[in-house]
Design a protein around this ligand. Structure first.
Ligand code: KIV
Ligand code: ZN
Length: 502
């Protein structure tokens, strides 16, 4: 039996701290469900004291998600720990994660406290958290820049106080792998009671070394890795889960006897979900989940892969749910069974009703578009699995545009079964549609980040629009797709408008 590396996912906490990546409660639940299906061991669901919304999200995730441990973050302050304890009450397996900075810089400038006081607060924080739950994790924030003697004293004291996991964060992404590995080695060898706790690591990517540092830590005895989907997180982000997991799996010769519980064939699906909900586009050349991660452009490489896949591929794309890239898969005459099989190969297990709806959309699309590719199928399913019930939906639209016309549009929207019309001129047909929608919905929103992408290649490709709307002091992301790019833009706009109705 392999020894397990515990995967602690912090997409919903540190990941959501990425500027502009805010998720609403329903979206967080959708991500939490996907993470549970993916097989993560621990979901850090949020920072309950930070806002009412975060508190409610952690509570709801704690109530509904079975399987993984649900963690909530708290500073070493009673009110934070109480909020975390309360939010986590419905969880079957709760964990309170308390943190306090221990580096000289943080103690002097941020906390204005001396070592002895920090040590006392850390111990008191852990003891107080233990009153709310048995599973307590402690993080000496900025551990990688902490004096090693003091770090060891803190780690020993918090374990004695009842912490069963000690997390060593590289908070500002300053470490380099050999150095970070040696910090873990110091903790392993110099903390007398270290066998009573799991050593965790939490690396940031400011120098692009978060994954390398996490893996160096594993080699030196860390058995929990804190990471996020797509490497999302504060500033340059956190260690990317897909890269950590696939490194351990692919290089079994190096990580001998170690494995994770992650169902890797779902990685692409979950990466796309997080990208869609946060609006953070995954770079095409991103390792493991980028669109080009398994595409071979050079003739020499293509020829090699045809002769023997392993010549240029170190991972079978199927292992991460990248089922065959752009290959032609289905068409107008494909049946429901073939459709379902292909979705399963892409990591989607749909129940009867959602499968029927997706199949209907597939048939509609196949009428307009001759060849249906994997990415088309993913888009169909991703568009419909969103848990947000739309208040506004598109009934129909007409646009008038041309070189000698002022662009104008009539858009008919449905709300609670009633159809309402809006008409407007605009700078272009899309702008006219958006202005017509504004007239119906009465939402004075500012548009930013409008992006149109072809989902696959070819003249009849499905177009996907993603955009951001800002109104009432909040920013919401919207996405929509269609073979008609104006319809895709309207759907994306309505998707964002509906999020203001929550
Ligand atoms: O980066 C960091 O140090 C953190 C802690 C709260 C673990 O996010
Ligand atoms: Zn962090």
């Amino acid at each position: 039996m392999d020894e397990k590396i515990i995967i602690f996912d912090t997409t919903l906490r540190d990941g959501e701290q990425a500027p502009g990546a805010t998720l609403n409660q329903k979206e967080k639940m959708e991500v939490a469900c996907a993470l549970a299906d993916l097989g993560v061991d621990i979901i850090e669901a949020g920072f309950p004291v930070s806002s009412k919304g975060d508190f409610e999200s952690v509570k709801e995730i704690a109530r509904r998600i079975k399987g993984p441990v649900i963690a909530g973050l708290a500073r070493c302050v009673n009110k934070d720990i109480e909020a975390a304890g309360l939010a986590l009450k419905p969880a079957k397996r709760p964990r309170i994660h308390v943190f306090l900075a221990t580096s000289k810089i943080h103690m002097k400038y941020k906390l204005k406290k001396a070592e002895d006081e920090i040590l006392r607060l850390a111990v008191e924080g852990v003891k107080y958290a233990r009153k709310f739950c048995r599973d307590v994790e402690f993080s000496p924030e900025d551990a990688s820049r902490t004096e090693r003697d003091f770090l060891c004293r803190v780690v020993e004291a918090v374990i004695a106080a009842g912490a069963s996991t000690v997390n060593i964060p590289d908070t500002v992404g300053y470490s380099e792998p050999e150095e970070f590995g040696s910090v873990i080695d110091t903790v392993v060898n110099r903390v007398p009671n270290i066998d009573k706790a799991i050593i965790s690591v939490h690396c940031h990517n400011d120098l692009g070394l978060a994954v390398a540092n996490s893996l160096a830590a594993v080699k030196n005895g860390a058995r929990q890795v804190e990471c996020t989907i797509n490497g999302l997180g504060e500033r340059a982000g956190n260690a990317s889960m897909e890269e950590v997991v696939m490194s351990i799996r692919t290089r079994r010769d190096i990580y001998r006897g170690l494995s994770t519980n992650i169902r890797t064939e779902q990685l692409t699906k979950v990466s796309r979900l997080v990208s869609k909900l946060t609006g953070f586009v995954v770079a095409p050349n991103k390792a493991i989940v980028g669109a080009n991660a398994f595409r071979h452009e050079s003739g020499i490489h293509q020829d090699g892969v045809i002769k023997e896949r392993s010549t240029y591929e170190i991972i079978d794309p199927k292992e991460v749910g990248f089922a065959g890239g752009e290959g032609l898969v289905l068409g107008k005459h494909s049946g429901r069974h073939a459709f379902d099989q292909r979705l399963q190969a892409l990591g989607f297990q749909l129940k009867e009703e959602p499968l029927n709806r997706a199949f209907e959309r597939f048939k509609d699309l196949a009428d307009k578009k001759k060849d249906i590719y994997d990415d088309d199928l993913r888009t169909i399913v991703e568009d419909q699995i969103t848990v947000i019930e739309p208040v506004w939906s598109l009934d129909s639209f007409e646009v008038y545009s041309g070189t000698s016309l002022t662009p104008s549009a009539i858009v008919k929207l449905k709300k609670k079964g009633k159809v309402l019309n809006g008409a407007s001129a605009g700078d272009g047909p899309v702008d006219a549609c958006f202005k017509a929608i504004d007239k119906v919905t009465n939402l004075q929103a500012k548009l930013s980040d409008f992006r149109l992408e072809a989902v696959t290649s070819g003249k009849d490709a499905l177009g996907h629009v993603s955009l951001k709307l800002t109104a009432r002091g909040a920013t919401k992301i919207g996405g929509g797709s269609s073979t008609d790019i104006i319809e895709a833009a309207i759907k994306a706009y309505l998707d964002a408008v509906n999020k203001f109705e929550d």
